[in-house]
Write a protein that binds this ligand. Structure first.
Ligand code: PMP
Length: 350
């Protein structure tokens, strides 16, 4: 007897997490290497006293703190269990009945998964030869069934960010009936002045949706907190898709504590950025095609050698994230970890 399971779920690629091997240097998940921000573990310990109680369903304190920082009304902020969950909820909010979502490829591997689960057809627009979004091709890919265009900036796993000129062009070309969804998971690492803060520049557009996360710069990956900024009607629709009590109480407390430590966050992110500059220059000596990165990782376009390079690194106790036949994403770690990657790369290319 056949079971009542949706056929298309079998076509979903499984999410491949960055590998974790005890004692290895883990540069496979774009985490920041400095531990939790000051005040975070204390906030979690304090919240732990009350885990017999449900968390605040509306996540009021965190939502209000985010709204105040971002300069938007609180009703426009939605929180969820990581931005990946919220991206999935947005897709559910616009999904089903033959809808399509347009995005660049290669990009974040959760997009095809969440799109298919939500009943959306993915329209992949190949990146340019220099591993950037091809905004004009994305505009051209929009059709009558398009519900949303998804921009990942900086793009995971390739690194470049989208410029204001490109995003302006996209917004101007897209009808209001299509959402322009901007995933800024790595926003805090952007230094290129041409690449805008999407909340500042676009949040007041009627069809703009921006995603951010506490998992990267804010150091809370294990606690799963992300947020979204959109117009009230879109925020309301997505909020209806969020599972009740999604963001747990220690996570809410930790995110609030992290926001209080924003100066230290900035200091740590600046360390990553200065390492990024050093590593990009050094890596290009061996692989000249390494694209710019505005994030806390860089891309080695090694093509057919991607898996072999990852195995070469693993044999040296370093975990990176290969995409077979395409390239390898390497997280920026501590200086000595980055040096180990460069040594491995030099050996591999020799
Ligand atoms: N968007 C992008 C581009 C990412 O790289 C990630 C994390 N890998 C996420 C969203 C999701 O992050 P989280 O669910 O931890 O907030």
């Amino acid at each position: 007897m056949t079971k009542p399971l949706r056929d298309e779920l079998r076509s979903i690629p499984l999410y491949v997490p960055g590998k974790a091997v005890p004692d290895a240097v883990k540069l496979s998940s774009n985490e920041v290497p400095y531990g939790p921000l000051p005040g975070v573990t204390e906030a979690i310990a304090s919240a732990a006293q009350h885990v017999h109680l449900y968390p605040d369903l509306a996540v009021v304190a965190l939502r209000d703190a985010l709204a105040a920082r971002l300069g938007v009304d609180a009703e426009r902020v939605v929180t969820g269990t990581g931005s990946v969950a919220l991206i999935g909820h947005l897709m559910q909010a616009v999904g089903g009945s033959g809808g399509e979502i347009v995005y660049s490829w290669r990009s974040f591997e959760a997009y095809p998964i969440t799109a298919t689960v939500a009943g959306l057809r993915s329209v992949h627009v190949p990146n340019t030869a220099d591993h950037r979004h091809d905004i004009d091709a994305m505009i051209a890919a929009i059709g009558p069934d398009t519900r949303a265009v998804l921009v990942c900036t900086p793009n995971n796993p390739t690194g470049p960010a989208v410029t204001a000129a490109e995003l302006d062009r996209l917004f101007d070309a897209v009808p209001e009936s299509v959402l322009v969804v901007i995933d800024e998971a790595y926003r805090e690492f952007v230094t290129d002045p041409d690449c805008p803060d999407a909340v500042e520049r676009y949040a007041d557009r009627p069809n703009a949706v921006v995603f951010r996360t506490f998992s990267k710069a804010w150091g809370l990956a294990a606690l799963r907190v992300g947020y979204m900024v959109a117009q009230p009607d879109v925020a309301d629709a997505v909020r209806r898709c969020v599972i009740p009590f999604a963001v747990n109480a220690p996570a809410q407390a930790a995110a609030l504590a992290a926001l209080e430590a924003d100066g230290e966050m900035r200091r740590r992110v600046d360390l990553v950025i200065s390492e990024r500059k050093r590593i990009l220059t050094a890596a290009r000596e061996y692989v000249p095609q390494v694209p710019d990165s505005q994030a806390n990782f860089f891309w080695l376009p090694l093509g057919d050698k991607a898996l072999a390079f990852a195995a070469h690194c693993e044999a040296r106790g370093i975990l990176v994230r290969p995409f077979a036949g395409d390239g390898v994403r390497v997280t920026i770690g501590l200086p000595e970890e980055n040096d180990a990657v460069l040594d491995a790369l030099r050996e591999f290319m020799a």
